[in-house]
Design a protein around this ligand. Sequence first.
Ligand code: ADP
Ligand code: ADP
Ligand code: ZN
Length: 216
Amino acid sequence: MNVVLFGPPGAGKGTQAKELSNYYDIPHISTGDILRANVKEGTKLGKEAEQYMNRGELVPDEVLIGIIKNRLAEPDCKKGYLLDGYPRTIPQADALAGILEEIGMPLDVVLNIDVPDEELVGRLSGRYMCKCGESYHIRFNPPQKEGICDSCGGQLYQRDDDKEEVIRQRLESYKNKTQPLIDYYANKNLLVHINGEKGINSVFDDIRVVLDKYVN
Ligand code: ADP
Ligand code: ADP
Ligand code: ZN
């Protein structure tokens, strides 16, 4: 099963990808997570990416194309992949098509998780993360114990870029650079719309109805 989870920041891509990855047993590849791990480790790539991320701008295409090419070459991707946060520009999508053709794993479907703007700011500004990859929301998906991760007991924290000014810039970057990919994939007959305004479990059920068709 070869899938792209598409949608604006805060649509619920990470939340759904984590569940889907467990359910279908295929790797969840989040370019945001890969970049944040590099920032934390202080790698050369992390140092370059950090300045863009803190401003809510996209990291340059060459950097992302390199990351995704290496990641897709890893053996666990033989089972398929769930891409989250990539591609975000037309050049990234073109590069992806080339890579996928080379490895012989063409896309099955692009799920566009639709959520209106007004809702996104509230989702991002109330988001709390755990280092294990779980994310929570202060109102919509609170942990059982305040500030503590249900699955690993870790301390929850807010992302540096989940602040109002940076959120606005991220939504701007999405509109200018990423949204055109909706038509790009619709023209290739790969796009399926998912109503992301419903609760987390309903969205998961709706996605499963689509993805079950690609289980062999
Ligand atoms: P993305 O990866 O698309 O940026 P996340 O999965 O991190 O988005 O979700 C953003 C925030 O919204 C998180 O705090 C998450 O708990 C919350 N969230 C995710 N899906 C829903 C939903 N269907 N309804 C309400 N809140 C949600
Ligand atoms: P979101 O919650 O907005 O979906 P991500 O965790 O996917 O956030 O990404 C965080 C930041 O990492 C982005 O604002 C951007 O700076 C950078 N980033 C992640 N993926 C990409 C990509 N495919 N192209 C360019 N920049 C990216
Ligand atoms: Zn945790």
